[in-house]
Design a protein around this ligand. Structure first.
Ligand code: UDP
Ligand code: MG
Length: 348
């Protein structure tokens, strides 16, 4: 058996885990990507906890901090960390672009054979990373942290987050794990696949799920924030949730078909009623309701048809590849199916 890239099949994205030699990614380098926005109170302890936990992975590591337009002393502290620890890299964004952009900037910079994304606030314990690495060594391409429990969150956040995760998973046309955040390990192949996606507005959780590959949970207990405050107000969370759905699902636009269908059924029932009711006020009301509903159904159908074109245009503009090749296996046994040797046939 022979494992070869399928380079003639369009937009391939190939795994790199087994790649060695010139131009290959370092084999045993683990990259840690940490988006930071106003995290001065916690960032030093985060670095110390990471540096203490990561040797258990038996890998070299680099820690990439992305300062996402912090207005407090985060950047100064990160610079001090980088000055005393050559494994730390600091990327300073020119302003606050948001966590999704910060994580993407970190992924683009990461060089590791595997990359872990983790928040700066120690809610996700760095001590879980060696378990993720074990899971990756066991064959998983994505080892995602799945929360067994969540300390320090309001019941409102727990309930809304749980409902949103389930609603989101039901709206997108590919499997998305529930009760997970951004704390996960990605194989180099997954990082490359996600980084190559040309879309600018990104919701990484769904991009990673969309990319496919072998995804496995690593269960853990999520702690309360160790210091500082959440950067997500309810308004910001709602905006993120809307973004997540719009970027990943066509269902909201397609809801117009359901509305059109419903109006059509109501209009038809009213039309029948207006015919069978004895002449009078009742039949007049049913007739008016039938005309209004059926006219509404026609208009909503027109909106739904426009929506279909919008969906297709949007997905084309998003420009995601139509498929991702993980690997191609070509049979090599026996002469009867031997492929023509290109060098020989050219020389002949
Ligand atoms: N973050 C960021 N840019 C932002 C908001 C947040 O880089 O605009 C970072 C933040 O510093 C943290 C992570 O994203 O490392 C998650 O943020 P937070 O802990 O506030 O979210 P929560 O855990 O409350 O959902
Ligand atoms: Mg947090």
């Amino acid at each position: 058996m022979n494992t070869l890239p399928a380079s003639d099949h369009g937009p391939d994205i190939l795994p790199h885990r087994a790649v060695t030699g010139q131009g290959a990614v370092p084999r045993e380098l683990l990259s840690i990507v940490i988006p930071c926005h106003n995290e001065e109170e916690v960032i030093e302890s985060t670095h110390d906890r990471l540096v203490a936990a990561l040797p258990a992975t038996d890998m070299d590591f680099e820690i990439i901090y992305i300062d996402d337009g912090s207005r407090d002393g985060t950047l100064a502290r990160l610079e001090a960390i980088a000055a005393r620890d050559c494994r730390a890299t600091v990327i300073e964004l020119s302003r606050n672009f948001g966590q999704q952009a910060a994580m993407s900037a970190g992924l683009a910079r990461a060089r590791g054979a595997a990359v872990v994304i983790i928040d700066a606030d120690l809610q996700d314990p760095p001590e879980v990373i060696p378990e993720m690495v074990e899971c990756w060594r066991g064959g998983a391409d994505v080892a995602y942290g799945r929360r067994r429990s969540r300390e320090g969150e309001t019941w409102f956040k727990l309930v809304t987050a749980s409902c949103f995760h389930r609603l989101f998973a039901s709206l997108v046309p590919y499997p998305v794990p529930v009760d997970t955040g951004d704390f996960k390990l990605l194989d180099r192949a997954v990082v490359d696949a996600v980084c190559r996606l040309p879309e600018k507005r990104r919701y990484l959780r769904s991009l990673v799920a969309w990319s496919g590959f072998r995804q496995q949970p690593v269960w853990y207990d999520r702690h309360a924030r160790s210091a500082g405050e959440t950067k997500y107000s309810t308004r910001k969370l709602i905006r993120l949730a809307i973004d997540a759905v719009m970027l990943s699902s066509d269902t909201p636009l397609r809801a117009a078909w359901w509305a059109a269908g419903l109006l059509g059924v109501v209009g038809s029932c009213c039309a029948v009623l207006s015919c069978i009711l004895p002449a009078g006020n009742g039949s007049l009301v049913a007739a008016i309701a039938a005309v209004v509903s059926l006219a509404g159904a026609i208009q909503t159908t027109a909106v739904a048809i426009v929506g279909e074109y919008v969906v297709r245009t949007y997905r084309e503009v998003q420009s995601r590849p139509s498929w991702i090749v993980k690997k191609t296996i070509e049979g090599t046994a026996g002469n009867q199916c031997a492929r023509p040797d290109h060098h020989e046939s050219r020389a002949a």
